[in-house]
Design a binder for this molecule. Structure first.
Ligand code: HEM
Length: 529
């Protein structure tokens, strides 16, 4: 990093102060709005200074593609931070693009690609029975129901373990981890913006630093949990039991792999990180969908009409019906564009590893590079009236393509919510399946309306209000969720009653459930003799 050279040569950005750079004008919340203002004022590529660290903001799909994708070889690392260093640095989303990252990422591509993500459809489909039942029984708790829904799907995909209730010890353990990691990442990042404090703090022994002790303790708690889950998966394999999961794949596939075997810690981290990455991202997207349905009743009606006319009366819509449901496909892409959970591009900026030139500017090695999703997704050049929820804005032939959200041709991409380049979300195929199935079934089952105040007037909902965090979500809002009719309510109850026959006394799937449902890919999922 060469701050003086940086300031002289790359000057498209707000004025800086000595030492702090632009840190003093960084808002505590609504960073995406501040980035958006800077991008509108200074151009599609903006430089800001986070203390001693330069940060480059990208505000158009072209800039994101030109740099993060076409020059991905030098735009795919991550900053070294105190938070990511502690705990051994095995978190795939936070670590630099080293050998370990490549090995970890490889197995995501091999096991969670578009084709093999179909393996997990039985979990995603099953969990909708519980989601619909929970919403029927206690509609006002809808936030919690969505959280349980995605946490359970994530845990089953990652470890082969279902989570039946918000009160389950596993659910509580994960919620505590979320809380602790959010606090840790929020409170201690200031050290990272200054070379000297970073150098000192990274070297202080844990026993002399309460900050370090707290973060290390958080990571230890995390790995204890992941290790226990991996140990269970190992035992299941040893006992010849068939509980398919990403962990099982890593244990059976990475061993002896010519592309590089994952260490036990990397396996645990990969599975645990998939679990965490699969939770708020998906549940918050579903919450935003409900918000959109309440705010745009004509879109709600039209989507429901499509489901009613295209899907047989005795069937619930599913992933297999997506080609019949173009408007619903539009609803999914539009929700991800309109209310991205990754407003500023994900958990951490990419990092540039070599000096580079773009649009006449020199971008220095070591700079963080942000895909400003909020700005790119709302670019009026690409999307007319971008803050209006309009599922018809995408070409039907495009949304029919599996993985359209991450299609190579960026000019056709409906949004950049899954990131870009070599760090692009490797769980996007799983995510699309979860949210599409849930969205269709929610509309099959329920109506969504604004809540009324004491005078019978709809309580207003702020369309653009977000709750900040590592993963953003819509700010709390109220709504009325009611079954479309008594017949639907009866079907939901019957469905959940029947579904429970596939669960054991702990609320996990029986082995028979897996054996019956696993047809898509035999591979390592074939029962071990
Ligand atoms: C709607 C749901 C989701 C959204 C919007 C989302 C979005 C993102 C974004 C923006 C990134 C950062 C990309 C970048 O740095 O350019 C990311 C990274 C990641 N996501 Fe997702 N994600 C979702 C669901 C999932 C799921 C279901 C999984 C796992 C099954 C997953 C696993 C990961 C992992 C492991 C990374 C880190 C990749 C790396 O740094 O190499 N995500 N995701």
């Amino acid at each position: 990093m060469r701050p003086i050279e940086f300031i002289l040569i790359f000057y498209a950005g707000p004025p800086t102060l000595p030492v702090v750079g632009n840190l003093h004008v960084f808002p505590k919340t609504g960073i995406h709005i501040q980035y958006d203002k800077w991008l509108k004022e200074y151009g599609p590529v903006v430089s800001v200074q986070m203390g001693g660290r330069p940060l480059i903001l990208l505000g158009t799909a072209t800039a994101v593609s030109d740099l993060l994708e076409k020059r991905g070889a030098i735009y795919s690392s991550r900053w070294s931070t105190f938070f990511s260093h502690c705990g051994g640095g095995n978190n795939i989303a936070l670590r630099p693009n080293d050998d370990g990252w490549r090995r970890q990422r490889k197995i995501y591509h091999v096991r969670l690609n578009a084709k093999l993500s179909n393996n997990y459809l039985p979990y995603q489909t099953f969990e909708t029975s519980k989601l619909l039942f929970d919403l029927l029984e206690s509609p006002s708790g809808f936030r919690k129901h969505f959280e349980r829904f995605t946490i359970s799907i994530g845990c089953t995909i990652a470890f082969g373990r279902r989570i039946d209730s918000f009160e389950s010890p596993l659910m509580k353990a994960l919620m505590e981890l979320f809380h602790r990691s959010l606090q840790a990442s929020k409170h201690y990042q200031l050290f990272d913006f200054f070379g000297l404090t970073r150098y000192i703090v990274h070297r202080i022994p844990e026993r002399f630093s309460s900050v370090k002790a707290e973060i290390e303790d958080m990571w230890r708690g995390q790995y204890n949990l992941w290790d226990q889950m991996v140990a269970t998966a190992k035992k299941q394999i040893a006992d010849g039991k068939f509980y398919p999961s990403f962990t099982r794949d890593m244990l059976t596939q990475s061993a002896g792999s010519p592309k590089g075997e994952l260490t036990p810690r990397e396996i645990a981290a990969n599975a645990g990180d998939a679990w965490m990455a699969a939770t708020d991202t998906q549940s918050n997207s579903l919450l935003s969908f409900i918000k959109a349905m309440v705010l745009y009743p004509e879109a709600q009606e039209r989507a429901r009409r499509e489901i009613d006319t295209k899907i047989a009366a005795d069937k619930l819509p599913g992933w297999e019906d997506r080609l019949e449901l173009p408007y619903m496909r539009g609803c999914m892409e539009e929700t991800l564009r309109w209310a991205p959970t990754t407003l500023t591009g994900g958990p951490m900026p990419h990092m540039l590893t070599k000096d580079d030139y773009y649009m006449g500017y020199r971008l220095p090695a070591g700079a963080g590079v942000v895909n400003c999703v909020w700005t790119v997704n709302n670019d009026p050049e690409r999307f007319s009236n971008p803050r209006e929820f309009d599922p018809l804005r995408f070409e039907e032939t495009g949304t029919a393509i599996e993985g359209f959200s991450v299609i190579n041709d960026y000019s056709r991409r409906p949004h950049v919510t899954f990131g870009a380049g070599r760090r692009i979300c490797p769980g996007s195929h799983v995510a699309e399946r979860t949210v599409f199935i849930a969205m269709c079934r929610l509309l099959w089952a329920f109506e969504f309306h604004p809540k009324l105040d004491a005078k019978g007037k709809p309580i207003p909902i702020d369309r653009d209000a977000f709750e900040p965090g590592l993963v953003a979500g819509p700010a709390p809002f109220d709504c009325i969720i009611k079954p479309r009719n008594q017949e639907k309510a009866r079907k939901i109850r019957d469905m959940w009653k029947k579904a429970q026959e596939s669960l054991d006394e702990d609320g996990n799937y029986t082995e028979e459930f897996f054996l019956k449902n696993w047809t898509a890919d035999k591979g390592p999922m074939v029962k071990q003799e």
